[in-house]
Design a protein around this ligand. Structure first.
Ligand code: PRP
Ligand code: GLN
Ligand code: MG
Length: 455
């Protein structure tokens, strides 16, 4: 799950700065690399680096980038290693000029497309699926106009792809026909901001206009904005894990407040799985909103059992298990004075590999809790994701082949309970045919080799 941005700004020296702030507010979507490409008078200038937005950019770098249109990216790798060659935006140059692509999502037909293009004599500089998109688009633009090229591109791609693209100084945004990943647009006196989440639009001072619809493109040329329908699909497949964990709670996605969904999740979780306890504590950060809902519904006192070091980012999206394990320990610490002698309920948004829950239950116990109960704001994650979350094998998922009782023993909790699928659907308030629930059900909205498909 990456964060993508597109900016059109009349004030050329402001463009990279606005892009920077939008990307900064999407840092939770990708921590591995960051990049910005700006379309100047005659060419595209790009700067990319490994690390967080603040580590990759400074005023000196931003002030050297000038132009009215830009795209930006923060990466959480899914296809292709976490290294600088795969950092985005990805640039290609051809007879049509320069193209820069920022992509959130994952192509399931990557290898097929790549070997086809290699057979035609094309060479690749990266092992990222995004380069396929950039190369295919560049080839289509040799023979077709922008809209036709997008239609042809779309017909070749299978998987999830929310995109912001520069074709010379034209800014394009496109959301795949099933709308797996979020994308929205805002307007300001300086121009337009397109971003994965509305929190990035807010951060730039722009006014939210609306979500980009699945199958729809936004094209901004010489300051004129146009919405164009590129493709149609009977169903949608918005990733439910965006509401559960990925998105920021202050974002509004497809008309639903992420905060509201998570708060309701907490309430339903408390109704479905009551527990006799002295306090309810969040597992920070993403468990916070549902734990508030849980505490309100159950009437149990809300008190923090754990404090998060504010300088540590997300552990789940780190590329290596060793880094994740190490980071949980430095990320959280128990508050002995709050938990000593108490029956504690810990509420988290999800258990995926079990890295977090395994460590913190012991942490809270070691700090003197009498009992530690674990409540999870999603059903068990049982199946891999092929659409932009880096959990691609069943072996790494703690719930793929264990019963809830086995997981309880593994994480050493006194009790463990998950939200039901019906409870989740009630909280999200979107018809299940409009969501991708594959990680919870093992049923995929588009064909994936070796997996069950429901359409
Ligand atoms: O079972 P696991 O494999 O540990 O994955 C699930 C955990 O990872 C996420 O937290 P993360 O630290 O990534 O981010 P957060 O600070 O937003 O909660 C999520 O909120 C859970 O706490
Ligand atoms: N998580 C994502 O959206 C990743 C985008 C792309 N597949 C990459 O690996 O760079
Ligand atoms: Mg967490």
């Amino acid at each position: 799950m990456c964060g993508i941005v597109g900016v059109y700004c009349e004030n050329e020296s402001l463009t990279p700065h606005i892009t920077y702030y939008a990307l900064f507010s999407l840092q939770h979507r990708g921590q591995e690399s960051a990049g910005i490409a700006v379309a100047g008078n005659s060419s595209i200038t790009a700067h990319k680096g490994m690390g967080l937005v603040t580590q990759v950019f400074d005023e000196r770098i931003l002030s050297r980038m000038n132009g009215k249109a830009s795209v930006g990216h923060v990466r959480y790798s899914t296809t292709g290693e976490s290294r600088i060659e795969n950092a985005q935006p990805l640039l290609v140059r051809s007879k049509v000029g320069s193209i820069a692509v920022a992509h959130n999502g994952n192509l399931v037909n990557y290898w097929g497309l790549r070997s086809g293009l290699e057979g035609e004599g094309r060479a690749f500089l990266t092992d990222s699926d995004t380069e396929i998109i950039a190369q295919l688009l560049s080839a289509c633009l040799l023979d077709y106009d922008t809209v036709e090229a997008l239609k042809i591109l779309d017909s070749k791609l299978l998987g999830s792809y929310a995109l912001t693209i520069l074709v010379n100084d034209t800014l394009i945004a496109y959301r795949d026909p099933l709308g797996f990943r979020p994308l929205c647009i805002g307007e300001a006196d300086f121009g337009y901001v397109i971003a994965s989440e509305s929190c990035a639009i807010d951060a730039t001072g722009a006014r939210f206009i609306r979500d980009v619809k699945p199958g729809e493109a936004v094209i901004i040329e010489d300051g004129k904005l146009e919405f164009v329908r590129i493709s149609e699909s009977k169903r949608r497949a918005f990733c439910v894990f965006e509401y559960i964990y990925f998105a920021r709670p202050d974002s509004i996605i497809d008309g639903k407040s992420v905060y509201g969904v998570r708060h309701t999740i907490g309430r339903i979780l408390a109704k479905e799985n009551p527990v006799d306890a002295d306090m309810v504590s969040p597992v920070p950060d993403s468990g916070t909103t549902s734990s508030i809902g849980f505490a309100q519904e159950s009437g149990i006192q809300y008190l923090e059992a754990l404090i998060k070091n504010r300088y540590v980012g997300r552990t789940f999206i780190m590329p290596e298990q060793r880094m994740r394990e190490f980071s949980v320990r430095i990320k959280m610490n128990a508050v002995r004075s709050n938990v000593e002698g108490k029956k504690v309920v810990l509420v988290d948004d999800s258990i995926v590999r079990g890295t977090t829950s395994r460590k913190i239950v012991d942490m809270v116990r070691a700090a003197g809790a009498k009992e530690v109960h674990f409540r999870v704001g999603s059903p068990p994650i049982i199946a891999p994701c092929y659409f932009g979350i880096d959990m691609s094998t069943r072996e790494e998922l703690i719930a793929s082949c264990r019963s809830i009782e086995e997981i309880r023993r593994t994480i050493n909790a006194d009790s463990l309970a998950y939200l039901s699928l019906d409870g989740l659907l009630e909280a999200v308030g979107i018809d299940e045919n409009e969501l991708c629930l594959a990680c919870l059900t093992g049923k995929y909205p588009i064909p994936v080799p070796g997996e069950k498909c429901v359409r």
